[in-house]
Design a binder for this molecule. Structure first.
Ligand code: HEM
Length: 450
């Protein structure tokens, strides 16, 4: 038997499993079943950060929850790096020169320690993309309906380029207070920013020096763009997140934010808030095509929409190999000894289909108990700060699509190829649909939102 995993070969045995090789994302879920059965804690020899140390891939729901809930015991790697830079006494500008990461640079002063996680969120991002996201419902609804207007009469649509991708872009530009005409530039910077997660190799998302240089070249101008807006909004504040960040008094440090600190937060919003929600919407459309009857059920029972969003986020997590942690002491997971100083690579997507936690994990079950206990957004202190916004975008999007379409099904010409990297999403999705004859007669109705 050939145990070499070719890019398009589906793993059958443990030896075939390769989560990081070219084309691996085509078979992640098959690999997770094998890992759960045979090796729920997978050792990657030499995969740790320090030379000679190992990495361990965690796939069990229970292990991942244990780890993410205790950031003192299991350190967030980027926070450790930020802490080291802060201890060296670097200013954010100096940190930026070293790391070329606006996000890390801004964290050097704003959140160098774990303790500041909650305050950073509560004071700086929650009012706009956390609890405060709920006030964006009307704005999101307007963008959703404008996008649908563009293709509702066509009977078919390439769903990613004409809906799932532009929606989070438009929403994020509106929240930040950037003009909609700038979206192509923001999208280009967003794409560049996720380069390591798309083109990086191995569990550390490593780029070649050429790829890193290319990424930095593509990010050129982003910082200046943000600074221009910061200057304009300091002079003439509007009702948007950048104006808010210019003005807010950050209680944790008892002062206002500097330009680079604001730029770091904006960068984080663009990095985290675009492709993730795009893939959630795209996989939801696929699951609707694959589970006949669900579209009709949701049309008549709108109260199930929340369950649909949660259950699909569980089944098709948009990010699979994003998060790592470092052990600070010797640990044992599933009977496997993991020494202090090991890198833990957490597979949120695998935890979500752990049979011990979710019965019949590959079934879309809108009546599942405690439906939101998946770890798609992680949990604990580092839970995704934009989770509320993303959930709202998905709920509003499907609410309007259910109002305005009678049915959807796969269209012609789909290749089903996933994009490379750690996110789960196809490169294109052609759908055919029937437009609803009387959208206003259904559900929440278009007019009530626009
Ligand atoms: C379906 C959509 C999304 C998914 C699946 C997702 C998932 C995640 C995950 C798994 C993490 C890492 C948590 C950890 O390491 O424990 C994270 C962090 C993050 N997410 Fe999201 N996210 C989504 C949408 C968003 C949105 C809409 C935003 C912005 C508005 C956002 C901004 C961020 C930021 C800034 C971080 C880093 C947080 C930190 O360093 O403390 N995400 N996200």
């Amino acid at each position: 038997m050939n145990h070499e995993l070719s890019p398009m070969t589906c793993p059958v045995h443990l030896e075939d499993v390769d989560l990081f090789g070219e084309g691996a994302q085509e078979h992640w879920y098959e690999a997770y079943e094998i890992l759960h059965r045979d090796e729920p804690v997978l050792r990657i020899e030499g995969g740790g950060l320090a030379p000679g140390s190992d990495a361990y891939v965690l796939t069990k729901h229970q292990d991942i929850i244990t780890v993410v809930k205790d950031p003192e015991r299991y350190r967030v790697v980027s926070t450790m790096r930020v802490g080291q830079l802060a201890e060296q006494g670097l200013t954010p500008d100096e940190a930026y020169a070293q790391t070329h990461s606006l996000m890390q640079a801004s964290m050097v002063s704003l959140r160098p320690t774990q303790e500041l996680y909650f305050q950073h969120r509560r004071e700086l991002t929650d009012p706009w993309v956390g609890t405060g996201a709920l006030r964006h419902r009307d704005m999101i609804t307007r963008h959703v309906n404008e996008l649908i207007d563009e293709w509702i009469d066509d009977g078919e649509v390439e769903f990613i380029s004409r809906f799932a991708r532009p929606l989070p872009q438009r929403v994020m530009a509106s929240i930040l207070g950037f003009p909609q005409e700038d979206i192509p530039r923001l999208a280009e910077w967003g794409d560049a920013a996720v380069t390591p997660f798309v083109h990086g190799t191995g569990l550390k998302h490593e780029l070649t020096p050429e790829q890193a240089a290319e990424m930095n070249r593509r990010l050129d101008g982003f910082q200046d763009y943000i600074y221009e807006h910061v200057t304009a909004k300091r002079a003439d504040p509007q009702d948007d997140m950048v104006s808010f960040l210019c003005d807010v008094h950050y209680e944790a440090l008892d002062r206002k934010l500097s330009d680079i600190e604001i730029a770091g937060i904006v960068h984080a919003m663009i990095l985290g808030g675009l492709e993730t929600t795009q893939y959630a919407l795209e996989e939801q459309a696929q699951l609707l095509c694959e589970t006949p009857g669900t579209f009709d059920t949701l049309r008549t029972e709108r109260t199930k929409l929340r369950a649909f969003v949660e259950e699909t986020l569980r089944m098709r997590a948009p990010t699979h190999g994003l998060s790592t942690r470092m052990t600070t002491r010797d640990e044992v997971f599933q009977g496997v000894s993991v020494p202090a100083g090991s890198l833990l690579h957490m597979r949120f997507g695998a935890a979500n289909v752990d049979e011990e936690e979710f019965a019949c994990p590959f079934d879309l079950d809108l009546d599942r108990a405690s439906i939101a206990r998946h770890v798609t957004f992680s949990t604990g202190p580092r839970v995704c700060p934009g989770a509320t916004l993303s959930r709202l975008e998905q709920q509003v999007a499907w609410g309007a699509l259910l109002d305005r379409l009678d049915s959807i099904e796969y269209g012609a010409g789909n290749t089903w190829m996933h994009q490379p990297g750690i996110m789960l999403g196809t490169l294109e999705l052609n759908l055919r649909f029937d437009a609803a004859a009387d959208p206003l007669a259904l559900g929440t109705g278009r007019s009530s939102h626009s």
